[in-house]
Design a protein around this ligand. Structure first.
Ligand code: NAD
Length: 430
C-alpha cells in the first residue's frame, strides 16, 4: 500500500496511487482493494502509421489505459500532446474511475493519449492519426467496453472521425462508441460547456459554505481552452470579476476584470490571450500567486507545487485541470485553510454530460439543453454534498481525501459484490 508520508512527486501515476492509498487507509479497506486500484486492469500501446502530406510515413505512439470497469464500461478522453507518457495516461484513467464513481455514473475509468504535436499536423494528417488511433485499438473499444471523449488538444472533429472510422469497422453506425461528438451525429447539447459548468456549480456551492459572496468575488484562470474559457464566461455571468487568464503563450492581468467575450474573440483572432488590449503581461507562474478569491487551474498537471503553494493567495481552488496540485502542495494549502475542490469533483461535469450523450445515443432520444443543464446541476450539487458530508464524517478539511473516500468506497463495493475481492472491510459508509 502507498505510504501516507507526504510526497511531491511530479509523476501523476505516483500521485494517483498515493491518493488512492490514502483513501484506502482512511476507509481501512482490505489491501487487495489498493492492489487492484493502484494499476490499470489493461494497458495497451499501439504504433500508428500516418501518411504525411510530404509523402513520408510517420509512426506515432498511442496508448489506452483501462483502469477499472467494476461499475461499467471504461470511459475517458484522448489527449494529443508531445509530452504524453504511459504513466500520465494511467493516472488520468485512474482519476476517471474515481470521477465516475463519485458522480454515480455507470462507468469505469479509461484514458488515451498519442505522443504528437497536433499544432504541427495538417487537418488531413490529424484525420489520419485520429482514424489510425481507433483502428489500432478497435478490438478493445466499444459502447459497452470503452468509450473515448475529447481531452487536451482533441475536439469534436477528432471525435467525429473516430465515430466514423469505428462505424466503418462495424459496418453500421456506432455513434455511442465516443462522446463529445458534433450535434449533427449524436453529440449532446451542453457538452462543450459541461466541464466548466460543472466546475462553476461546485465553486458556487463551496463559496456558499465558506461564506464567500460570489457576486463580489475575484478569480484567476490558468489555461484558456475548452475548460478555462467557458469557466471565464460562466463566472462572469455569476458576477465574478475574472482578473487574470492565461494560455501556453503567457498570461494577461487586469485588476478591473477581463471581459470573456472580448478575450475569446482576441484568442480566436490571434491564437492566444496574450497581447489583449488594456491588460498587463503576466507569466503563468506569477498568475497563480495573484491576490484573488477563486483560482481555477485549467491547463496541465503539477502547476501548484510545494514551491508556490505557500504564496497562493486564493481562498478557494477549483481544479478544472486533472492533477494540477501536487500532494505536498495540497497538504500545505489545506493546512493554510485554503479550500481545494479536487479534480475528480470539480471537473466531473464533462464526463457527466458525456454520460448523458451516451444514454441519448443508446436510446435515440435527445434532450433539450435546459434538461441537460438541470440534470448536470443536480448531479454536481449531489456530488458536492456527498464529499462535504464525507469530510465531516472523516473529521477532515481535506476534500480530496473525502472525495477519494466516497469514490473508492463505491468501486470497492462493486468489486466486492462482483466477487473480485472477498471482503472490502470498509469501516465507513459515504
Ligand atoms: P484544451 O486543449 O481545450 O485547452 C488547454 C489550454 O491550456 C490551452 O489554452 C493551452 O494553451 C493551455 N496550456 C497548455 N499548456 C499550458 C501551460 N504550461 N500554462 C498555461 N496554459 C497552458 O484542453 P481542455 O479540454 O480545456 O483541458 C484542460 C484541462 O482540463 C486538462 O487538464 C484536462 O484533462 C482537464 N479536463 C478537461 C475536460 C473537458 O471536458 N474538456 C474534462 C475534464 C478535465
Amino acid at each position: 500500500m502507498a505510504t501516507t508520508t507526504s510526497i511531491d512527486a511530479p509523476n501523476p501515476y505516483h500521485v494517483a496511487q498515493h491518493e488512492i492509498g490514502r483513501a484506502c487507509e482512511a476507509l481501512r479497506l482490505d489491501p487487495a482493494v489498493y492492489r487492484l486500484l493502484s494499476r490499470p486492469m489493461r494497458f495497451v500501446e499501439v504504433a500508428i502509421p500516418v501518411r504525411m502530406d510530404d509523402g513520408r510515413t510517420e509512426v506515432f505512439v498511442g496508448y489506452r489505459s483501462q483502469h477499472n470497469d467494476a461499475l461499467g464500461p471504461t470511459k475517458g478522453g484522448i489527449r494529443f500532446h508531445p509530452s504524453v507518457t504511459p504513466d500520465e495516461v494511467k493516472a488520468l484513467s485512474m482519476w476517471m474511475t474515481l470521477k465516475c464513481a463519485l458522480l454515480e455514473l455507470p462507468f469505469g475509468g479509461g484514458k488515451g493519449g498519442v505522443v504528437c504535436d497536433p499544432k504541427r499536423l495538417s487537418p488531413r494528417e490529424l484525420e489520419g492519426l485520429s482514424r489510425g488511433y481507433i483502428q489500432a485499438l478497435a478490438q478493445v473499444m466499444g459502447e459497452e467496453k470503452d468509450i473515448p471523449a475529447p481531452d487536451v488538444y482533441t475536439n469534436q472533429q477528432v471525435m467525429a472521425w473516430i465515430a466514423d472510422e469505428f462505424s466503418q469497422i462495424r459496418q453500421q453506425n456506432a455513434f455511442a462508441i465516443v462522446t463529445g461528438k458534433p450535434l449533427v451525429i449524436g453529440g449532446s447539447k451542453g457538452r462543450n460547456e459541461a466541464t466548466a459548468r460543472g466546475a462553476v456549480t461546485v465553486v458556487r456551492e463551496a463559496a456558499r459554505v465558506i461564506d464567500l459572496d460570489i457576486r463580489h468575488a475575484t478569480a484567476v484562470i490558468q489555461g484558456y481552452g475548452n475548460a478555462g474559457s467557458v469557466a471565464h464566461r460562466l463566472l462572469y455571468e455569476l458576477g465574478v470579476r475574472v482578473v487574470a487568464v492565461s494560455d501556453s503563450s503567457g498570461g494577461i492581468y487586469n485588476p478591473e476584470g477581463l471581459d470573456p467575450r472580448a478575450v475569446a474573440e482576441h484568442k480566436r483572432a490571434t491564437g492566444s490571450v496574450t497581447g489583449f488590449p488594456g491588460a498587463q503581461v503576466i507569466s503563468n507562474e506569477d498568475l497563480l500567486e495573484l491576490p484573488c478569491d477563486i483560482l481555477l487551474p485549467a491547463a496541465l498537471e503539477n502547476q501548484i507545487t510545494a514551491g508556490n503553494a505557500p504564496r497562493i493567495r486564493a481562498r478557494l481552488i477549483g481544479e478544472l485541470a486533472n492533477g494540477p496540485t501536487t500532494p505536498e502542495a495540497h497538504r500545505i494549502l489545506v493546512e493554510r485553510g485554503v479550500l481545494v475542490l479536487p479534480d475528480i469533483l470539480a471537473n466531473a461535469g464533462g464526463v457527466t454530460v458525456s454520460y448523458f450523450e451516451w444514454v441519448q445515443n443508446l436510446t435515440h432520444y435527445y434532450w433539450s439543453e435546459e434538461e441537460i443543464n438541470q440534470r448536470l446541476e443536480q448531479r454536481m450539487v449531489g456530488a458536492f454534498r456527498r464529499v462535504w458530508e464525507a469530510a465531516r464524517q472523516l473529521g477532515t478539511a481535506d476534500l480530496r481525501l473525502a472525495a477519494y473516500a466516497v469514490a473508492v468506497r463505491r468501486v470497492a463495493e462493486a468489486m466486492e459484490v462482483r466477487g473480485w475481492i472477498h471482503r472490502t472491510g470498509a469501516s465507513f459508509r459515504a
